[in-house]
Design a protein around this ligand. Sequence first.
Ligand SMILES: [Zn+2]
Length: 610
Amino acid sequence: MERILLPIMIQDPSLSGIYKQAEGFYATEPYYLDGPVSERVAVIDFDEKTGAVLPGAKYIKERRRKTGYFVDEENRPIRFRNEYGKFEYRLETRAFNQVSVFATVLRTMAIFEDEEVLGRQLHWSFDSPQLLVIPRAGVWANAYYDRNTHSLQFFYFKDRNTGEWVYSSLSRDIVSHETAHAILDGIAPDLYDAITPQSQALHETIADLTAVIMALKSHNLVLYIIKQNQGDITQSTEFSRIGEQFGRAIKKKRSEDEDTTKPASLRELSEIKSFDKTDHKPHRLSVSLSAALYNLLVQMYEDWWDIETKRAQQENIQSFVKHGRRKHKDPKISGAHEALRTTVDDFSKMVLGALDYLPPGEISFADFGRAMFANQQNLHHFTAVPRDERQRAKKRIDWLIERFEQAGIIDNERTIREMPIVGNPLVKTHFEHKALKELNLDELIQSDWMAYQFANDHRRLLGIPRDIPFEIHPRLAIKKQLFETKDDTKIYQNQIIFKASWEKLEKNVVSVSGFPRSRRIKVGTTLVIDRDSQTIIARLHTDDDSDLEIARTRMITKLQEDKLLRFEDESVGPHGETLQNFVQADQSNEVLHLSGVSRLLHIIDTEEAG
Ligand SMILES: [Zn+2]
């Protein structure tokens, strides 16, 4: 493995001048080649005029040196010392754009692969090792992830107010947002074809919150914002505003005296947004969930800030007694730093760490809520974890439920929580089952046949209806780090993620003549197994709320109205390729089935952007 220092943009270029523009990140990959190219990510840069593939940033690795570095078109290292001896980056060069987008993709992946988050290596949903990254895919105010071409495509456009070129591949928010789409597609591939608006919206929320987590992990940005706001992040800040330069550049300044103190952005997550369960607009829906979770993050931070400020004040007293001088200039500020660092770790573990618990198929926000509940419940139950951390897990569950209720995502805690005695039909945690006691779990992981047998013999445990065919997903064996104590002791749990899914028919009451009267959707069950104790950590079934059925009908009606549905051969291009901007529809046996709905999801809802 090679560990090298790569540059990442701190904030959108036009916002520079407030603080440093780029900072370093240590990436660890098996190898690096010109491009940059590594084992799992490859930057392919096309010349805007000719469309030819450009050589890409050159990678220099001198024999005597352990690590290498990238140089620009004139063979100058893109990181150099300026006349004051300070390190700087050649921000204006094409090579910097190629290397910084590469670095931002790897940094985003590292956040998910953290031992305490997913605790495993990521897999792409497509059948090839590398995600292709196109930094300048053409002129358009947008960016997107496309499974069919295994790629992230970043476009550029002219700022409507300044006339300057805006490169979406230089925006850390947008690059980490699109990378999160590719990552989530590998974790929950069923979402790509889901017709439930909340399933689509969940993709958007995870993408936006990943951009927030990236911002919160930027040392320089945190320094700046804590100083600017005296540690208070309850109001709108660079953390809660997604895609600022982009938002500003696409929104025409209505008049010279327009109030620009409220910075424009693509999305603002600090304000709670009302939620309509039957809504069919993924971007609009996603803001309700993202804002609810962003406010949970702020609540977690405020709680830690209190603790860390008190700790800093204590340290000041002790240091004063001992040395006659204080340790922290301002305990509130140093407390804020510590609190933000711990909060972003806890938040990443809670939100991103719950993604492997998601049930397969068409899922809802409540399904995600239950996955986060089950993940925290596991921490709360795991006796090797220190008591105060287990208590904190319980508190985080309470806060999550409060935020979801406040946003109207759930009517009451029974939707998410496993209630005493009555339990919860969709989530059950910490129980034993004889089926597991005698089972060879290594075989269950390795052998598809064995896994199928197990599921078929225990349909009731998994909620699989009798006599219908079902699918077994690849099993994941994870050595998950649950906690690290102050003396750096790491506490691990060996988990197995087992997923089975099947198709369900539902009425298709879409008022379009000739449309099939029923449609098929995918549902399923996730079983999280504790490998060492051979017990079940959690079982989660896909949501069957009837409001979701209404929302699906609205989504299909809208797709039909917008002429975005293409049946059978209409959805294939002249060379047999799948047409990009359409949803494939199939109606064999008079049952409607749609696929590729996610293809319509880009960084901005072109309709909403106006
Ligand atoms: Zn998106």
